[in-house]
Design a protein around this ligand. Sequence first.
Ligand SMILES: C[S@@+](CC[C@H](N)C(=O)[O-])C[C@H]1O[C@@H](n2cnc3c(N)ncnc32)[C@H](O)[C@@H]1O
Length: 285
Amino acid sequence: MSTDLSTSWSRHARTYARLGAPFTGYISQSLFHTVAGRLPPAPQILDVACGNGELSRAAVLHCLAERAASGHTGGVVATDFAPEMVALASKNLGALDAGDLVRCEVQDGQALALETASFDAAFSAFGIFLFPDRHAGWREAARVLRPGGIFATAVWRGPNDNALARLQMGPVIAALPARVRDALPRPGWLDIASAEGLEQELSSCGFSEIEVSVFDAVLTAPTPRVMWEMMRENPGTGALIGSCTEAELAAVEQSVLSTFLAMSGGPDRSLRFEASCHFAVARRS
Ligand SMILES: C[S@@+](CC[C@H](N)C(=O)[O-])C[C@H]1O[C@@H](n2cnc3c(N)ncnc32)[C@H](O)[C@@H]1O
């Protein structure tokens, strides 16, 4: 596991919980509800790269409702490699008073310390698609699922189909000096930004009966500057500007803020991004 990367995500945890998760949380809870009706009674559910626990919250509420209705007790294991994310998930899920129905653990999704074939369902909302070794992430999710177990993931679509990605990355890339721009690796997740690419990769990593659908949502940010600061701190978008000098960074900031100001109509006004992702639902082969 990359300690640097998990430290960066830990550092970003509070900002993510305040500004990112209310939005991705809506999407990840929708992902859970897409498959909730296909879960067996008393399901054992895993959330990989759970962040501050938005998808796990829906899973815990599902198990609590089932327990109240039928006495069946499933369980939820919420995992993330960033200790600060796990601490926030633990606090958020603890508020549901679910007792030992839920466990929060620091776990690298590329090498889960969990038993083979021990879960009925595994989820990863905007998690595994970011891993440096994404294939290891999918394979680990498949390994811990029982045969026929259900897997669901949310993955961003690329800039051509997703205004959020286009509007975040466009003004950054446009203002980067050639020295930095030419040295940037092509983001690996672009290989699975298309439905075909995602389906192909999942089928090569232990999944079958793969269904990919489009899910659209809207992200709002309080002001242009808050959005820019969140992008700088986020380990994903922040990686684009990691090797900029102060002067280069100032030029990028100006490019981003002027784009966002044009969208919001003023420095103290909120801005709105259309966002589009894929939901993939599959079975462990
Ligand atoms: C964009 S956030 C998504 C969080 C959450 N699933 C949600 O939808 O709100 C990405 C998460 O992946 C986690 N992450 C990144 N690499 C990881 C790895 N190798 N193992 C486990 N978690 C990882 C980060 O710590 C972060 O919480």
